[in-house]
Design a protein around this ligand. Structure first.
Ligand code: NAD
Ligand code: APR
Length: 236
């Protein structure tokens, strides 16, 4: 595909864009779901059944973020967002803050953010810059054992979906970066784009579950593919 400059861009990222920063993915060889059952840590039932285990899982992932930095792919997308201003929508399934730390300003976290927490009792939200403890009391309602990571679990509804679908519908290029295309609704965005005649491009380490649906799929590390894509788009 020639990189003709699109008038509006919709970009979806997944765990693969953070892999080279040292953040574990989910379904790659040795990924998170090969080490822990998602039913034990990433469902509302798990939170009720074993609060300590769920808090420990996300506390460890939050602590890990302090040891990693954005990579060239995050930085390239931040540059692109700055150039495209309001005509670029950046949606991530990731709960890390690497897009923001690379300089992106308007990131839609459809699966929530590790750096935030909310009370299962009264929905009070707060930053979660430190470990969540099982006996943490909610600062609003005072209940203990109800503060949870502000992360969307299996069986829950992802955030910002109305805005996401509205922006996707008005894009003229959909780019999917570093996602296996295994989890809906994100996995369905490419089909939504195709039905609307929107050009689709996949940048992923290897073919994903949805590669066959893209007009073009480029395979390789995001830290190489994404800067090359952004340079081609921004080339005068
Ligand atoms: P879903 O149908 O969207 O996802 C199911 C997918 O999860 C399957 O296609 C499979 O790829 C994967 N999966 C299921 N069991 C698995 C296992 N044992 N090991 C590895 N992968 C497994 O699930 P849902 O219940 O409809 O989830 C709704 C939404 O919750 C998702 O679309 C997503 O937005 C969100 N979510 C967030 C997280 C998180 O940690 N942030 C985890 C899971 C789901
Ligand atoms: N560069 C580009 N792509 C990469 C790289 C890399 N360096 N490393 C891995 N990948 C690709 C893998 O080939 C894989 O297709 O990133 C994808 C990661 O897929 P998953 O581990 O399934 O992560 P993701 O698609 O983000 O998972 C979706 O599932 O568990 C839920 O909510 C969780 O947000 C997550 C969702």
């Amino acid at each position: 595909m020639t990189e003709r400059r699109p008038s509006s861009l919709f970009i979806l990222t997944g765990a693969g864009i953070s892999a080279e920063s040292g953040v574990e993915t989910f379904r790659d060889k040795g990924g998170l779901w090969s080490k822990v059952r998602l039913e034990d840590v990433a469902t509302p039932e798990a939170f009720v059944r074993d609060l300590a285990r769920v808090q420990a899982f996300y506390n460890a992932r939050r602590a890990g973020l302090s040891a990693v930095s954005p990579n060239a792919a995050h930085e390239a997308l931040a540059r692109l967002e700055h150039e495209f201003a309001g005509t670029l929508t950046l949606v991530t399934q990731n709960i890390d803050d690497l897009h923001e730390r690379a300089g992106a300003r308007r990131v839609l976290h459809m699966h929530g953010e590790l750096a935030k927490a909310f009370c299962n009792g009264c929905a009070e939200r707060r930053d979660a810059t430190r470990d969540l403890a099982v006996d943490d009391a909610c600062p609003a309602c005072g209940k203990t054992g109800t503060m949870r990571p502000d992360v969307v679990w299996f069986g829950e509804i992802p955030y910002h979906m109305d805005l996401i679908l509205e922006r996707l519908a008005s894009a003229d290029l959909f780019v999917s970066i570093g996602t296996s295309g295994a989890v809906y609704p994100a996995a369905g965005f490419v089909s939504e784009a195709r039905q609307r005649g929107i050009r689709t491009l996949e940048l992923n380490l290897e073919p994903s579950d949805g590669s066959w649906q893209f007009d073009e799929a480029r395979h390789g590390p995001a830290s190489r593919l994404v800067p090359a894509f952004v340079d081609a788009i921004l080339r005068p």
